[in-house]
Design a protein around this ligand. Structure first.
Ligand SMILES: [Zn+2]
Length: 518
């Protein structure tokens, strides 16, 4: 490590699903949920401490190295439709103004997601970096950590000295990625960092659930990332699976490498590109309908002593889902899946009504189904209030570890033997503490239906008999052929071995893409 340096730190995170309907306003960034609300200045350090997020890891490592840290702001909002122009301009404006007021800076670290789209800007991070470069000049080293689901653009690569993405999905290495970013910034400050870079965009999109690094092609690609990062002359290697429901030219999987020579960066990029594209067919989507999944789940659960998990993968708040769809819940009721527990359904009105009625009360509700998703509707019926909670607890699993949750009023509602965990804040069901908060011990259940695409696996897969991925109507569309893309890069295959995007083929409005040419 070098001498103490003065390093500014901040973050601004959003994963934007341009096909969703609810936008991220300034208030949404300010409000705390699973993670802290907007925090600025000295308070930032306490607010993020001990949480599995990248900035916390960066701060820990940079302090250990003896550097002086100067806080900007850090904020994030649950994935949704575009960040409003007002929110973007206020938060970016603050960051740029705070930076401009800092003197004798040696470096800058930013904790970004990499898939932000604002109402008025396609490439949220590229534009943020452009404005920051303008404020700090071309020479200041800027290191950025990114989500594994970043849609990395050429502008982001050009404007930052180093981009470092998470290597796990579920993202159990967020803080670790921040620590790696700190190592990159140290290297750049002391002259050992690689100044050469290479960037490649993959020719096909990777469906969200196919990016899980516990198994399959993604596990192998990230193993390659780690191996290449140790090659002589290579100083950084990142692979991003991308975030598909983002209709702009930068969407899709990509990789970026750094080296002490252009040759080293290029060689690592070529090797990683080959490792990914040769596995294209293995990235294919594997899913079940709600009725199929419930039938199969009940069949397995009848002979298992561990829970069967049904992943309600298209209603994942972490991917822009409304967290209130009822397709899987209705399938459980239709099949008479008594004892099943579904979590976490967003319905503040139902939670409030349950609190007003009190424990043990029975009440009529139209639960969830309020987002106007075609094919989805509320579940109307009589519910019993099985438990109540204030929504304040701390995450215990590998993904949400240390997160000081504020999910608003919560309730456990029972209907025909099926129980539903209801919250007043949208959050994906990725931590057992969300169920335990209402007295439900996850390992003791027969069937757990979880509104999450992949992150639940970090805390729940170890206790599961099996996991079945379900596609019920929701905003996190896994089959990209159902998305009405208009503005992707021409030639990009929207699914592994799938149809090629072409502007003309998207004009039908059917949401379908053209047949694969040739
Ligand atoms: Zn992600």
């Amino acid at each position: 490590m070098g001498q103490p340096y003065r390093i500014a730190v901040g973050g601004f995170q959003h994963e934007t699903n341009t096909f969703a309907t609810t936008k991220a306003t300034y208030d949404v960034f300010v409000k705390a949920g699973a993670w802290p609300g907007l925090t600025r200045g000295e308070a930032l350090f306490d607010d993020v401490a001990g949480i599995n997020i990248a900035i916390a890891g960066f701060i820990e490592a940079a302090r250990r190295a003896g550097h002086e840290l100067l806080p900007l702001s850090w904020s994030q909002a649950t994935p949704s439709a575009q960040v409003t122009e007002d929110a973007y301009e206020r938060i970016v404006g603050q960051m740029v103004a705070d930076l401009a007021a800092m003197e004798n800076l040696d470096g800058l670290y930013l904790d970004l997601h990499g898939a932000m789209v604002a109402e008025h800007i396609d490439d949220g991070e590229g534009e943020l970096l452009r404005r920051i470069r303008k404020a700090v000049g071309p020479a200041l080293p800027i290191v950025v950590s990114l989500d594994l689901h970043a849609n990395i653009t050429p502008e982001m690569v050009a404007l930052a000295d180093c981009l470092e993405a998470y290597r796990t999905y579920p993202h159990i290495d967020m803080a670790a990625t921040g620590r790696r970013a700190a190592g990159h910034l140290d290297a750049l400050l002391t002259g050992t960092g690689g100044r050469f870079k290479a960037f490649r965009q993959l020719p096909f999109m990777i469906p969200l659930t196919s990016g899980c690094t516990y198994e399959g092609p993604a596990r192998e690609v990230y193993r390659e990332v780690k191996l290449l990062a140790r090659e002589p002359g290579v100083t950084g290697v990142s692979f991003a699976c991308g975030f598909c429901p983002a209709d702009f030219p930068g969407a899709g999987a990509s990789l970026v490498t750094y080296g002490t020579s252009q040759q080293a960066a290029d060689d690592a990029a070529e090797a990683l590109y080959a490792a990914a594209v040769e596995r294209e067919s293995a990235f294919a989507l594997e899913v079940l309908s709600p009725a199929e999944a419930v039938r199969e789940g009940m069949r397995i659960a009848a002979h298992a002593d561990k829970p069967v998990i049904l992943a309600d993968a298209q209603d994942n708040a972490g991917g822009g889902g409304s967290s209130d769809t009822t397709g899987l819940l209705k399938a459980l009721l239709t099949a008479g899946a008594e004892g099943a527990v579904l979590a976490v359904l967003y319905d503040p009105a139902a939670a409030e009504a349950a609190h007003a009625a009190g424990p043990g009360a029975t009440l009529s509700l139209a639960l969830g189904g309020a987002s106007g998703i075609p094919g989805d509707s509320p579940l109307e019926g009589r519910f019993t209030v099985a438990a109540l909670g204030d929504g304040r607890f701390t995450g215990t699993g590998p993904f949400y570890k240390g997160a000081r949750m504020q999910l608003g009023l919560m309730a456990l509602l029972e209907i025909h033997g099926v129980r539903v965990v209801v919250a007043s804040h949208k959050v994906q069901a990725a931590d057992q503490a969300m169920l335990r908060h209402l007295g439900v011990e996850p390992a003791e259940q027969r069937i757990l239906a979880l509104k999450s695409s992949v992150h639940f696996r970090a805390d729940f897969q170890p206790l599961a008999e099996t996991v079945l991925v379900v596609v019920s109507p929701g905003f996190v569309v896994l089959d990209n052929r159902q998305l009405a893309f208009r503005r992707l890069r021409p030639g990009l295959r929207i699914m592994p071995l799938g149809p090629v995007f072409g502007p003309q083929s998207m004009e039908s409005g059917s949401g379908g893409a053209a047949e694969l040419a040739g």
